[in-house]
Ligand binder design. Sequence first.
Ligand code: SAM
Length: 458
Amino acid sequence: MSSNGQLTAHNLPDAFVRRMREQLPDADAFFDALQTASPVSIRLNPAKLSAPDTPFFRDTVVSEVPWCRHAYYLDKRPVFTLDPCLHGGGYYVQEASSMFLDRILRQILPASPVRALDLCAAPGGKSTLLSAALPPDSLLVANEVIRSRAAILKENLIKWGADNIVITNSDPSEFAALPDSFDLILVDAPCSGEGMFRKDEKAVTEWSERNLLLCSERQQRILDNIWNSLKPGGYLVYSTCTYNPAENEEMLRHLLTRHDARSIAVEYPAEEAIVPTSHGYQFYPHRIQGEGFFIGVVQKQTGNTTSPTPKRSKRNTPRLPEELQRMLPPEGAWTCYVRDNIFGILPARHADFIEELEKHLHILYKGTELAEVNGRKIRLQPSLALYPYLNKEAVTCRKVDLPSALRYLKKEDITVDAPAGAWVLITYNSIGLGWGKSVGNRLNNYYPKEWRIRMNTD
Ligand code: SAM
């Protein structure tokens, strides 16, 4: 770093600078771009926000991200923690280059439901994108091998309100028990992070040629482990946030030469300045408004297309208490389950497959948890408040202003007028944030303590 904290070719690792100069005819412009601030971008949750017009960023939206639906650049980075809509899953703050996944999905996804796997999913940026982009009635399995990171993934996906999901905490090798199971697999691989140099100082200090080698060995292992779980005819999307060809191009080449993959070209307008490589697409910060990123897609050659359908098992579907039933959309295609006294729903058409997943993977969460039921006592779950299809007619809702919303999210007491004993859905800008239980003019705050805002918001 230079004395003013900026990256220049002089304070980056020599071997990296040398390679980038070989790789890029306009390397000076690349190094200059590393000294500029990172663009700020957000992606709206179409189930919760239809336009970027919340009070928080209405005046800062400058343009759309050209390759992604519902995505916008802002002209400055606000303190996002202070926006209740973020906590309510109204949008996700995501670096723009990685949103190119949306362009790819629009090209390769059929209109019919699919089963998708996001293998390296935490903290959940691409899982939230996938969950919004998959055809209706699809299933998304979001997996993260590192337990602490899986908890963050779970929080982000519950806030997003995705209901067709299963969150797992398994090693890629554990998917060997699930051959020909997914129509789409995303491997957003752990990498050397060169594309994040501008945003993350640690990526610079941890960079070494030895680490590049370890990364590519790990990436190859991950791809070899997961390839069998892709259905014939299915697509594997591979991405990293690095410029290192050994972690990018070479990994796609590995799939094409060692596995039965064929390369898929992505259609995009050439003026978008995304650099095609032989099998993928490289994003550079001096060419586009975004960080360094690589993405490519391959298709498994069609062979045996009959993938094993798990046998329909006879399960005793529990009866959902009437009070909860009323809170759900009337014609939901879901089935009910109970786990540790928690009633939840999951997509009925995927119930057998989810049962199969449970035999082989460590499942942290599935579908939408509704409530913990102990005898006649019902404790509504945070996920039900964040569920975008909650029937708000069937619950007591209270709209709160910004200071009250922030106090609620800090798990402090707030005052609302509701009948004593009623469960109250706290909403801000029409987005559900969480539950409270009315005790007259005060509210017992049921916001999860591990999610609470810890910063001073005054
Ligand atoms: N897809 C995420 C998103 O868009 O928010 C970012 C994923 S990040 C680039 C890579 C993830 O791979 C990390 O969460 C990391 O914990 C996980 N990971 C690390 N080692 C792994 C391994 N051996 N197999 C699978 N995943 C691994």
